[in-house]
Design a protein around this ligand. Structure first.
Ligand code: SF4
Ligand code: SF4
Length: 148
């Protein structure tokens, strides 16, 4: 998942998604699989997942993380599936402590930069663009949790 190079928005310009956007996860697991990408995690997220799996942080890091420059990312299977995507059920094995990047999808800087970016997101995520209407404020809380 490449990080976007965002253009600063003029403060007096209403964002294109000011009226909110729809999203309701179908649990299809597509956003946890597919083309290789990164799920970046910090120390607090690492500790939370290690705790959920009843492992030490060292064990967790050795088994489930990799260095990407100065950052740490979850490892993947060779086909691009996240290491925590349960192969049969396609559910997340660390759902309660899943990283911010996972919790805030599909409301990321990179998916919301333009209406065209959101349209592309709706094409890869069956839950984006349908179901519950998230208000602008709800979207912004998620988007601002982490720059993705
Ligand atoms: S791709 Fe979208 S609908 Fe499918 S699991 Fe991910 S968030 Fe849910
Ligand atoms: S940690 Fe869970 S939610 Fe996040 S990419 Fe992996 S399987 Fe998906």
């Amino acid at each position: 998942m490449p990080r976007s190079k965002l253009k600063p928005q003029k403060s007096d310009e209403a964002p294109w998604y000011a009226d909110g956007l729809r999203f309701e996860c179908t649990q299809c697991g597509k956003c946890c699989s597919g083309e290789p990408g990164y799920v970046f995690i910090d120390d607090a997220e690492t500790a939370a997942m290690a705790r959920e799996l009843q492992m030490t942080v060292d064990e967790f890091e050795q088994k489930f993380t990799r260095r990407v420059g100065r950052q740490s990312s979850l490892v993947e299977y060779p086909d691009g599936d996240c290491i925590f995507l349960e192969p049969k059920t396609r559910h997340c094995m660390v759902y309660k402590s899943r990283p911010i990047q996972c919790r805030t999808w599909p409301f990321w800087d990179s998916t919301l930069e333009t209406a065209a970016d959101w349209k592309e997101t709706c094409e890869v995520c069956p839950g984006a663009g349908t179901g519950r209407l998230y208000s602008f404020d709800e979207i912004e809380v998620r988007r601002k949790e982490k720059s993705v």
